[in-house]
Ligand binder design. Structure first.
Ligand code: 5RP
Length: 225
């Protein structure tokens, strides 16, 4: 198995060990969270009793395929634990997310979770956020104006494409990948970006992670927190 895949799988399988009978579990999105969902599928097959909510149509489809029981938001008060990946993780466990375009649902679910376990291969760990272009979900109406506003915060905005077409999120919106280079003050930027009319949510996850599990190419893991 490829070393990065091995690292992602190791981190995700470690995170799945924190899931217990009776929990409501948030299922993340992406190639790392994929392995957590696979593991939870195996565990439920072996008798683990959980209910799950998914952060994307893709993860929901995978959960259904693996027969992980899903539950409606109306039927839960909160989420016990969510396991999700990240594009960058800094020393304070602030994150950039949204590489897979699911940042809005991921943030709604992370915010409603008692625990957010972030699973990442070692390449995601950074001293400062911003090398990875920050994904921002925006409504389609007037998007040209929103792009200009985003640029006024010091980034080069790139409207995300999927082949020849504009990328559309599960919520029917566009994603703009904002090239900042370095993000000096993530908390402030997070608030400022969400104040722009047309912005639905941005991919900065500030102080939401409660645990970070980093996976390595040799299959070992390091738990932070
Ligand atoms: C999706 C995300 C993912 O968690 C993030 O992009 C990491 O993905 P991967 O595990 O495939 O590297 O935020 O919106």
């Amino acid at each position: 198995m490829d070393k990065i895949v091995m690292a992602k799988r190791a981190a995700s399988e470690k995170a799945a060990q924190y899931v217990r009978d009776g929990m409501v579990v948030g299922l993340g999105t992406g190639s790392t969270a994929y392995w957590a969902i696979q593991k939870l599928g195996e565990m439920t097959k072996n008798g683990l009793q959980i209910k799950a909510v998914a952060t994307s149509n893709q993860s929901e489809a995978l959960a259904k395929e693996l027969q992980i029981p899903l539950i409606a938001f109306t039927d839960i008060d909160g989420i016990d634990v969510t396991i999700d990946g990240a594009d960058e993780v800094d020393d304070e466990w602030n994150l950039i997310k949204g590489g897979g375009g699911a940042l809005l649902r991921e943030k709604i679910i992370a915010s409603a979770s008692k625990e957010l376990i972030v699973v990442a291969d070692e390449g995601k760990k950074v001293e400062q956020l911003g090398k990875f272009h920050l994904p921002v979900e925006i409504v389609q109406f007037g998007y040209e104006l929103t792009l200009r506003k985003l640029a006024s915060y010091g980034c080069i905005p790139h409207l995300r494409m999927s082949g020849e077409k504009r990328f559309i999120t599960d919520n029917g919106n566009f994603i703009v990948d904002c090239e900042f280079g370095r993000i000096e003050q993530p908390s402030e930027l997070h608030v400022a970006l969400n104040m722009i009319p047309g912005v639905v949510e941005n991919g900065l996850f500030i102080h939401l992670a409660t645990k970070v599990i980093v996976g390595f190419g040799d299959g070992s893991v390091r738990e932070l927190g």
